[in-house]
Design a protein around this ligand. Sequence first.
Ligand code: GDP
Length: 694
Amino acid sequence: MMLLTKKMIHIRTLLQSVGKSDSLTLPSIVVIGSQSSGKSSVLEAIVGHEFLPKGNNMVTRRPIELTLVNTPDAKAEYGEFPALGLGKISDFSSIQKTLTDLNLAVPAEECVSDDPIQLRIYSPNVPDLSLIDLPGYIQVTSLDQPPELKEKIAELCDKYIQPPNVILAISAADVDLANSTALRASRAVDPRGERTIGVITKMDLVDPDRGYSMLHDSKYSLRLGYVGVVARVPPSTTTTKLFNRGNSNISQAVMRNEAAFFTAHPQEFGPEAHVEVGMGSLRKKLMHVLEQTMASSLKSTTEVIHQELAEATYEFKVQYNDRPLSAETYLAESLDAFKHSFRGFAETFGRSQVRELIKQELDQQVLNLLAQRYWNKPIEDLFPTALDTDSLTDLPKADPEHPLWHLKLDASSAALTKLGIGRLATSVVANALQTHIDHLIQGSTFANHPFGRKAIADASTTILRDLSYDISDELEICIKPYKYRIELDDNEWAKGRDNITSVLKEELRVCEAAVKHVETEVGGRKKLRDVMGFIDRVRNGQVVLEGDGVGGAGGFSAALLRKGREAVFLRDRSGILKMRMMAVRSKQCANKANKYFCPEVFLDAVADKLTTTADLFLDAELLSKFYYSFPRELDARLGHGLSKAEIERFAREDPKIRRHLDVVKRKELLEYVLKEIDSLRQLEAREKRSARGS
Ligand code: GDP
C-alpha cells in the first residue's frame, strides 16, 4: 500500500508543476486549528523536527504545502524548497529561518497570502504524506495586528478546506470542543463529518476522564474519528536540544512521553476503552485516509488531465504546427542560423571592402590637411596665373625652388604618414566589423534575447579589442618606411589625380548641399544673402561692428549671424574647391614634377600607398583572424558553455518561444503523468490480486 501513496504523492507533485487549473491536483490533508491549539506541535512530531516559525507574534501568513517523502534506505534527513532553488537543507533550524523570512515577506497590508510555500521533506522517519499547514485561526487580534487579519485567515482556510481535501481539525483538550474554531469551520463545509479527522491535543492537561469523554461523545461525530494526542516535546529533550542544535529527531521522544501518559491511564485510554490515542495512530490514520482519498480522486483527476492534455495538444497543433521545440534545440538552431549569416557576411566583406573604408578615412584626413596647410588664404600663389587648363607654360607665380613650398609639402606628407595610421585603420575596420555584427544580431532570432544579444556583441568586441591592440602596432611598423621616403611613379600619380578629382567633387557637392541647408534654415536665399553681405562688409572693413556683436548686429540676430558666418565659410570653401579642381585638372598637375603645386594629387597618392599597405595587412591579420575566432567564441559563450538552466532562461526571454516551450512542456508533463497514473493502476490491480491470493 505504501508504494501507492508514494506514487500518488509523486503525481500530485508533478501536477503542481503543471499548475494553472485548481482541479488539476490530487487531494491533500489540510491542517487547521486555532492559535496555540498545538497545531505546530502535531506537525513537528510527525516530521520529527522543529521547523515551523515560532515566536510571540509569529502568525503564519502563507499556506505551507508540506510534502513528506519517506526514504527508507537513506540516513539523511533534509528539506527542499523547490521554488527557491536553495538545494538540500539538512539543518532544520535553517528551514525554520527560511519559512520565517517567507512569512515576513508578505506585506503587512496584505495580511495573508494564498500563494503556498512548497516544502518537501525527505527522511527515513517520515511517512509519505501531503499536508497543507494553514495559518492558525486567531480569536482576538492584538493591537499591532491589522483588524482584518482574523477575517482574512478564515477566508484563506475556507478556500483550502473544500472537497476533496481531507481536513485535519486540531483542538486542544483544555478548551471546550464546542468552542473549537477548527471544528466549527470544518462542520460548515463537511456537515456530515465525512472527510474530517479530529485531533485533540494536550490530553495530558485534562482529567483522563474528561479526555476520554471528549474522544467519545462529541456533538460533531466524524466518520474518520477523533485521535487524542500529547504532542508536547518533553522538557528533557528541549534542554539537550541546546547541544545537538535542534537537529535530532524528536518523534521518538514525543511518542515515549505520550505513551507514558496514556499507559498510566489504561482504563480511559487502553485497548478496552476503544478510543484512538497517540501520534503513532494519528500517523497511520493520516496515511490510510490520504491514500483512500487520493485513490478515489484519481479517476476524476485523470479526466481533468485528459481534458487539459487535449487542449494542450490542440494548441500545439494549431498554434505551433506540431513543431517540437526545446530550449536546447532552439538555441542550437538560432546559433547555427546566426553563424550561417555570419559566413555570408564574411564572404562579402574582404580586402576590397577594407580598402574602401581605409581610403575613405584617409581621403578625409587628406582634405583636413589641405584645408589646414594650403587652402587658408591667401592661396593665389598656388594658382596658374591664367587658369588655362591647356597651357603648360602658365606656372603658378610661386617660385617652385622656394624652400617654403618644399617644406609645406614635406610637412603635410609627414603629417599624413605620422597620423597613427596603424591605430586609425585598425579601429575603422574593427568598428565596421562590430557594426556589421550588430546588424546581423538585429536580423537574427537573437534580436529578441537580451542575453543572447549581449553574449554575441561581447564575443565580437572582446576578440576585436584583443586583436586590435597588437595589430595597430604591427601595422604602424609596416608603414614606417613611408615616414622617411615616398617615391611615386607616373601611374600612381595619374591614379592620385583621378581619385582626388572625385574626392574634391564630392566635397564640393557636400559644401553646396550644406549651403542649401543653411538657406532653408534661415528662411530663404534672400535673407541668407543679406546677412552674408553684411558679414562680408564687416570683413572688408566697410562696416565697423559696435561692441562684440553678441546680441546681434546690423539688424541681424545673433543666431542669424552665426548661420551667416557658416554660409560664408561654406561659400569660401566651395570657391577654393572649385579653383583647386581646376588646378588639379590642369596640364600642370598631370606631371608629377609639379608636385609642389599639386599637393592634392601628391597627398592622395601617398594616402593610396598607405591604404594598400594597411588593407593587405588588415585583411591578413584582422579579418582572417576574426573570421576564424568569432564562430568559436560564439560556441564557447552560447553553445557548450551554457548550463541547462541558462539555456532555458535564454530561450524563455522571447515571449513567443516561451509560450511554445510551455505548451510542449505541459503536453509532455501531462502525458508523463498519465503514464504514471497508468502504472499506478497496474500496481493497484496487482496488489489487489495478491491480497486476494493470500
Ligand atoms: P499552535 O499555535 O497551534 O501551532 O500551537 P503550538 O504547537 O505552538 O502549541 C502551543 C503550546 O502548547 C506550546 O507551548 C506547546 O508546547 C504546547 N503544547 C502543544 N501540544 C501539547 C500537548 O499535547 N500537551 C501539552 N502539555 N502542551 C502542549
